[in-house]
Design a protein around this ligand. Structure first.
Ligand SMILES: [Zn+2]
Length: 165
């Protein structure tokens, strides 16, 4: 696998083991060229999902894209890679379990927000600011003021990382 940091064509697997829930394999990799270490996960793909954007445009659902937006929200936050992986798997399981092949992008955004809220409050507000397109401090304030009602709406979405300590 190519190094995401220096684009070297080959990286070495240093460690390989199943994740806690047994749903995927976690590999620690190291790049021989630049020395960077990173983690990859291998898992079964169950169904092909299609994302329907607000514009009505359709695109194949990509786990990597979801993972990237979560990673951006979590930048420089101390959150274990296993917990992030579990959060992403939890969201995807929910999408697959919905029984729909076409998933509105808003539904994905709301699931990410609900999951991040339980994982890391800073990442949650960061993600919300991008997703809800905050323009200024007033938007942040209104968003935080509105949190009471959001809590009530998302109580049922308690799938993310329930057993985290
Ligand atoms: Zn490298």
């Amino acid at each position: 696998m190519r190094c995401p940091f220096c684009q070297n064509e080959d990286t070495q697997v240093r460690d390989s083991r199943p994740t806690e829930d047994g749903a995927s394999i976690r590999r620690r990799r190291q790049c021989p060229a630049c020395g960077a270490r990173f983690t990859t996960f291998e898992r079964a793909q169950l169904r092909e999902l299609v994302v329907v954007k607000r514009s009505g445009r359709r695109a194949p659902f990509e786990r990597e894209k979801l993972a990237r937006s979560v990673a951006i929200a979590l930048r420089k936050r101390q959150v274990d890679a296993d917990r992030v992986e579990k959060l992403i798997s939890g969201i995807i399981r929910r999408l697959e379990a919905s029984g729909e092949t076409e998933i509105p992008s808003d539904m994905i955004g709301n699931l990410i927000m609900a999951a991040l809220k339980r994982l890391d409050p800073v990442a949650y507000v960061r993600y919300a600011s991008v997703y809800k397109d905050f323009q200024d401090a007033k938007d942040f304030q209104e968003f935080l003021d509105g949190q009471m009602s959001f809590d009530e709406e998302t109580d049922e979405l308690d799938f993310a990382d329930k057993d985290a300590k």
